[in-house]
Design a protein around this ligand. Structure first.
Ligand SMILES: Cc1cc2nc3c(=O)[nH]c(=O)nc-3n(C[C@H](O)[C@H](O)[C@H](O)COP(=O)(O)OP(=O)(O)OC[C@H]3O[C@@H](n4cnc5c(N)ncnc54)[C@H](O)[C@@H]3O)c2cc1C
Length: 654
């Protein structure tokens, strides 16, 4: 008989700050009594690798909870060279990470706890929740997951930058420090094309942590920091000795990669977006999160406008890094430090914020608003511009409307429609060489031939297959773009899109079906209801996933009922689907548009050659040309769809 595997009541994957804070809270609430606990972390947590600081009232709950671990506190805070400002009634508190880890370990040892030095590879729920490490798997009833978010999944962008730092704990030889005053930001250092400042925590009259912090797309290296820090310390304090080095990188990300929800797993810490993107502070948020997990106390929802402020600041730091310094300096000059700390805690009123922004470089923030607005709605603008063009033309020059759109669509097909599918050799689908090899070509052409044969054998089955794999592909590309994870939603959306589009153009659909030698759809009033149902379901899905981007496409689908079928589909295919597919390839392969066009050239030429070969063999009748075009598209789509599916699967894994 097989021994049943032990089931732990609580598993902590990762034993950093968030797990320790949660352990402390669970202990306070008596939640660990008679429970079996497993801690999995590859690190022994024996080094003082971080310093956790936060500002709070002296009598705040967090201060009471951590009183025994708080090793320093400061009553004054300085910006640049200015004398420190009294921050009463607040204090700035300091906890050594090692003290937190040690205290939490001591506490856990008084319960039934097992510590294992292992790297967690994955967590899955298959009725039970399995935590898989390199060599074993464990079962937990509740798993608290604090593994850092996968940084390689965070694509560097104008909304995702890094806060990186290198700090020296130094002993000074000649200078007596004012140990009541910490320096939050001193910008008197070379900016090196980023926003950089020094953060100083004096621990005694002759020792301090002096840390160089960079906000930017690239993290600071020890080598870069060494020179700046040493010059800064020498100039400011004279001779010094380095006792400890602290290094770190905190993602300043508005949109961390979405986590798959797994039953029984509760993300905590950085993984649960508890780091404030624009500052990197997390300790108070993690404390609040732990409190809410251990009681019925809900987390107080912060007004959404603070998210917007974070977005704007990160955008400014990413696009105009040299402006970071004046923005922060003006912020602290315009308002007293206590107010700014309240603002960073997201506790100020809207009116106070307006008054504050008025004193900041308001033009810069307005410019950032415009850029943000444009970036957020770029895809929607690309999709809706040809739509508006069609309606304007149709209003004044109806004869011109369709022919102009056909011209634009053919141009679009040549410039982006075909090229977006001409990079299939770069997707590692049928080979990993990223060059066009013979085996790759063989498989690719073989799949095309199979589809062609299906058309000859049974046009009806070929058409149904074509619509099915197209729905799957369009849905997959769209949900990838919107960040919607469950794959069946892609298929659902693809089907809804096709049913919506076709049910609102039945007579045109019938003409195409006749050309393809497939039976026509009979007259029925149900098509209208079908379209209505598609609209309602699509609205429901976009509402459920809170996807404004999906909503805009549903709006497009609604409006498309007043467009000719070919025009509606062509706009969607070129200005939405191909455009997004191209952008996905561009960002994942890290290439410029020109490089991509060069990579796409051989397949582009091949596609056009094949197209000409097919058409040169035909008589000029419209019927045969339209149906052949349809068959041709379905043949070249099939291998492309398989390649893109593999590409998206790899992209999600990376
Ligand atoms: C140097 C530094 C200084 C900071 N200072 C402050 C501050 O002063 N104030 C503030 O509010 N915030 C600060 N922060 C931000 C934030 O508070 C910390 O990043 C905090 O440590 C986040 O807690 P966490 O539990 O999410 O991550 P961590 O504390 O980093 O813990 C994650 C743990 O997971 C483990 N782990 C990683 N991969 C695996 C795996 N595959 N399987 C199992 N375990 C794994 C790691 O070994 C680590 O122990 C600082 C961050 C850094 C980097």
């Amino acid at each position: 008989m097989m021994a049943t595997q032990k089931k732990y009541d609580f598993i902590f994957t990762g034993f950093g700050a968030s797990s320790c804070i949660l352990v402390q809270e669970m202990h306070r609430k008596g939640m660990l009594v008679n429970k079996s606990i497993l801690v999995l972390d590859p690190s022994t947590k024996k080094a003082n690798d971080k310093t956790y600081c936060f500002w709070a009232l002296k009598e705040a709950e967090i201060v009471n909870d951590y009183r025994s671990l708080i090793s320093h506190n400061w009553t004054k805070m300085a910006i640049d060279d200015a004398a420190g400002q009294d921050i009463g009634p607040l204090n700035y508190f300091h906890i050594n990470s090692l003290d937190l880890y040690e205290a939490s370990k001591v506490l856990l040892r008084s319960y039934d706890t097992t510590f294992i030095l292992e790297n967690v590879r994955s967590i899955e729920n298959d009725g039970d929740t399995y935590v898989k490490t390199d060599s074993c798997q464990y079962i937990g009833i509740a798993v608290f997951d604090s593994r850092p978010p996968e940084m390689n999944k965070i694509r560097s962008s104008d909304q995702n930058i890094l806060q990186s730092f290198v700090g020296y704990k130094v002993r000074l030889k000649n200078v007596a420090l004012n140990k009541d005053t910490c320096t939050l930001m001193d910008f008197n250092v070379a900016q090196q094309g980023y926003t950089q400042f020094v953060y100083i925590l004096p621990y005694s009259e002759d020792s301090a942590l002096v840390e160089l912090t960079r906000f930017g797309k690239q993290p600071i290296s020890h080598k870069e920091a060494k020179e700046v820090l040493e010059t800064y310390i020498l100039e400011k304090y004279g001779d010094f000795e380095i006792e400890e080095v602290e290094k770190g990188v905190i993602p300043m990300c508005i949109d961390l990669p979405k986590l798959k929800k797994i039953k029984g797993v509760i993300p905590i810490g950085t993984r649960a977006s508890k780091v404030k993107p624009s500052t990197g502070y997390a300790f108070k948020n993690m404390h609040e999160h732990a409190k809410s997990l251990c009681s019925s106390r809900a987390i107080i929802k912060k007004p959404k406008r603070f998210r917007l402020y974070d977005r704007l600041l990160i955008l400014i730091l990413a696009l105009w890094p040299e402006k970071g310094r004046p923005v922060f300096q003006q912020l602290f000059r315009a308002k007293n430090t206590v107010y700014v700390l309240g603002f960073l805690d997201e506790k100020t009123s809207l009116w106070e914020d307006i008054k504050m922004f008025y004193k900041l470089p308001i033009g810069l923030f307005l410019k950032a608003c415009l850029v943000l607005g444009f970036k957020k709605s770029k895809q929607t603008l690309v999709l809706f511009t040809p739509l508006f063009l069609y309606f304007i033309l149709a209003l004044f020059w109806p004869d011109l409307a369709v022919s102009t759109m056909y011209f634009i669509l053919v141009l679009g097909l040549v410039l982006i429609g075909i090229p977006h599918g001409a990079m299939d050799h770069m997707t590692e689908a049928f080979s990993t060489s990223k060059k066009i090899t013979f085996p790759f070509l063989f498989k690719y052409l073989g799949l095309m031939l199979a589809v062609y044969l299906l058309w000859i054998l049974s046009p009806t089955i070929a058409l149904i297959s074509f619509l099915t794999y197209s729905a799957w592909h369009f849905g997959e590309t769209d949900t990838e773009e919107w960040g919607i994870l469950p794959p069946f939603i892609g298929m659902l959306w693809g089907c809804l899109f096709f049913v919506g589009l076709l049910s609102s153009h039945v007579s045109e659909l019938n003409s195409v079906l006749a050309l393809l030698d497939v039976g026509e759809l009979g007259a029925s009033v149900y098509y209208e209801n079908c379209f209505l149902l598609v609209m309602l379901l699509s609205l429901g899905v976009s509402r459920y996933f809170k996807s404004y981007r999906m909503l805009s496409l549903v709006a497009f689908l609604f409006v498309s009922q007043w467009l000719p079928l070919v025009v509606a589909f062509g706009i969607y295919f070129i200005f939405h689907h191909s455009y997004n597919g191209w952008s996905h390839l561009k960002s994942s392969l890290g290439k410029s548009n020109l490089e991509l066009f060069k990579n796409a050239l051989p397949f582009n030429v091949g596609a056009f050659a094949l197209f000409l070969f097919f058409f040169l063999n035909q008589d000029a009748s419209l019927e045969s040309n339209v149906s052949l075009f349809f068959v041709f598209i379905s043949c070249i789509s099939f291998p492309h769809i398989l390649c893109m599916h593999r590409f998206y699967a790899l992209r999600r894994k990376k």
